[in-house]
Design a protein around this ligand. Sequence first.
Ligand code: CO
Length: 133
Amino acid sequence: MILTEIDHVAIAVKDLNAAVAYYAEAFGAEVHHREIVDSDGVEEALIKVGESYIQLTAATRADSPIAKSIEKRGEGLHHIGYRVDDCAAALAAMVAAGATAIDKEPRPGSRGTTVAFIHPKGSLGTLIELVEE
Ligand code: CO
C-alpha cells in the first residue's frame, strides 16, 4: 500500500472568506494555513481534521482549474489528496496500473509539498493528487 494517509479533501468554493466563515460557524473550525498558489491560480485555506485537512480552494484568476470546475459543476468536492512517501514512485505505479497523469513529473505544491495530479478518467471519476510532505 503506497498511500499513507488522506492528506486533504479539496472543496472548490467561489468565495474563500465566506467558506472559511461557514466552516467556523458550522464546525468551530480554525484556519491552520492559508496560501496563494500562483502556479495553479488558486488561494486555499486548510482546516486541520486529525492528521488530514479540508482544503477550501478558490480561484484567483479566470483560467484557473478551480474557476473552470465551478463554471462546469458549481461549488463542491474537487479532488482528494493522498499522502505518499515518494511522489515520483507513486506516480509511476499509478501510470503503470493504467492511470492518466496530468503532471508527468512531480512538482511543487502548497506547504512546501511535492505533488502530482492524476486525471479522473481511469481513476474511478476521481481527481487524485499525490502529496509528498
Ligand atoms: Co490539493
